[in-house]
Design a protein around this ligand. Sequence first.
Ligand SMILES: [Zn+2]
Length: 304
Amino acid sequence: MVPFTVTVLGNGSAVPTSFQKPSSQLITYGSKRFMVDCGEGTQMQMITYKTGHRHIDHIFISHLHGDHFFGLIGFLNTLHLYGRKQPLHIYAVKELEKVIELQLEVSNSKLSYPLLFHFLGAGFRETLYEDKNIEVFHFPLNHRITTYGFIFREKQGERKLNKSFVERFHPSIEQMHAVKSGHDFITKAGETIANKEITIDPAPPRSYAYCSDTAYFEEAIPFIKNVNLLYHEATFDNSQQLLAKEKFHSTASQAAMIAVKANAGKLLLGHYSARFKERKHLLEEAREIFPDTNLSVEGESYEV
Ligand SMILES: [Zn+2]
């Protein structure tokens, strides 16, 4: 199976602390890597955790609160210093382009590579990014400013050939491709063999959803239904439900409720408030509702 992982670079919320950094993640699928959010210090975290900067051609920014994009200009500039040539795609609300352009303009900087912006709007069923293995969509969240979540979804793989079929009929490469894509097989004697007799089902496609920042928001559920791994913000605990509502953030229990209703495989918590150096209680509160919950840890990678 192709490796499909999420590396958490920052899982803190807006106020800086010594023990957590603002939001950023790297999603790895095979040799491809995608960045989601780029809070202040993201490139320093990449250095600390030795992730390297190669193969990142697509950056998705959920919203324009500083703890989700203040690291971007620094990272873009570093790529320039490395002499990057290939285009870099950024997916965000349209205001981000103005911000970046102004930052480059006042510092009299011209990047060594093209920066291509893709503006996020209401086209939630359209793919933002797609290749032969994976596609990326966005969906609405409920925060103080326009905010989007992202879903990374593997495409359905080809059918797998039965070993005995290959041994018995010695199909050509072309015939194997045809059978893998679902066609029946015709033997030299002209006999048709049904596809289901000579193939097995491919592994079910895997998917990952990123939900940060948001108040408790059931409207996101149809978009993230049945994901294998859900990252959901858990800024607050059960004693702070009112605060969570007021600030358009979620509690750990609310994240767990979303995981239950979305039928997620696993839940990963993050975007912790700076007041929780110790997050065990967040984990306990969430696990009471959704047992397969874990606390995200900076520098760790999680299988989708
Ligand atoms: Zn925010």
